[in-house]
Write a protein that binds this ligand. Structure first.
Ligand code: FAD
Length: 292
């Protein structure tokens, strides 16, 4: 019997594990290792790392930190969470565990551009492909930037990035043409396909012309990994994110949600803050651990 099981070992889940372990609570994290933090080549907006740190290095440090205080971190996928009376039964690849509380820190999945996996991953690694202007638009000031996306979301992302460069081009992903406004450029012909060279993103247009960009922001949206928590009956937002109160409680007693899977700013610092709040609420709600 655990005080808490955490579904997801990204920055949110690992921070919650660290707090709970230091509150002398028993906690296990299950992590499928397919998170967004793992995709970060180097973050430059995390306060203690002025020289930047890769997502993988950050996760390794966070995992070791939580384990130092007794948190158990397991690699594996949680396939089901069921509530019976006041307890949760968590089914993983290897076992069924029981816990008094569950935290969902399962994140979201980014919709990807039409590129092969190897091309995509190479582009992500060398900064040709980006997903998060809040995170790294600062790094590409003054460059030729393409934004792949349509509708209000695509335009809002292009508008945000326009503050960092005078050369921002909005490319709809549905074969249509965007309308030029607010200083955001558009293509003269719909895009036929995307490709990458060593140093550029290349959009080949239907009229045969090619356009080169220094970087491409993917603004195709995300899907929240909220299916397990939804099956428990927790309330979701329209976009699939989990609704929580100020203490990160969901609409189901004993179930919490933190990080990108909730409706908020999809940032590491924010996920860590939510994790601290949830862990403290769980600790305060559990029976005291006072040494006899
Ligand atoms: C390319 C890129 C660059 C970014 N750069 C920055 C940056 O510079 N600064 C910044 O603040 N933010 C950045 N972000 C955003 C940041 O990555 C996220 O806000 C952060 O990772 C959210 O943490 P999380 O723990 O909620 O989710 P994640 O990091 O996505 O972790 C969720 C974890 O849960 C696991 N999981 C999901 N379902 C299950 C299950 N059923 N069983 C077991 N495990 C499960 C996943 O495998 C994953 O490991 C960037 C994002 C991307 C994509």
């Amino acid at each position: 019997m655990k005080d808490c099981i955490i579904v997801g070992g990204g920055p949110a889940g690992l921070t919650a594990a660290l707090y709970l372990a230091r509150f002398l609570r028993s906690v296990t994290v299950y992590d499928a290792q397919e998170g967004r933090a793992r995709m970060i080549p180097k973050t430059h907006n995390l306060a203690p790392f002025p020289d930047g740190i890769s997502g993988r290095d950050l996760l390794d440090r966070m995992r070791a930190h939580a384990e130092l205080y007794g948190a158990r971190i397991e690699t594996g996928t949680v396939g089901a969470v069921e509530k019976q009376d006041d307890l949760f039964h968590i089914t993983t690849d290897h076992r069924v565990e029981t816990a008094r509380n569950v935290i969902f820190a399962s994140g979201v999945v980014n919709h990807r551009p039409p590129l092969s996996i190897s091309n995509h991953d190479q582009g992500l690694g060398n900064g040709l492909i980006r997903y998060c202007p809040v995170c790294d638009a600062f790094e590409i000031r003054g460059k030729r930037i393409a934004v792949l996306g349509s509708g209000a979301h695509g335009f809002a992302e292009a508008r945000f990035i326009r503050d960092y460069s005078t050369t921002v081009t909005l490319i709809p992903n549905d074969g249509s043409l965007a309308i030029a406004k607010d200083g955001i450029g558009v293509l003269e012909s719909p895009m036929k396909y995307l490709s990458l060279s060593d140093s550029h993103v290349i959009a080949t247009l239907e009229n045969g012309v090619t356009r080169n960009f220094d970087t491409l922001y993917v603004a195709l949206g995300t899907t929240a990994r909220s299916d397990l928590v939804s099956r428990l009956g927790a309330r979701l937002c329209e976009d699939g994110c989990v609704v929580t109160d100020a203490k990160q409680r969901t609409s189901i007693d004993g179930v919490y949600a933190i990080g990108d899977v909730t409706d908020g700013l999809d940032q590491i610092a924010y996920a860590m803050g939510q994790a601290a709040v949830a862990a403290t609420a769980i600790h305060n709600d559990l029976p005291r651990t006072a040494l006899g």
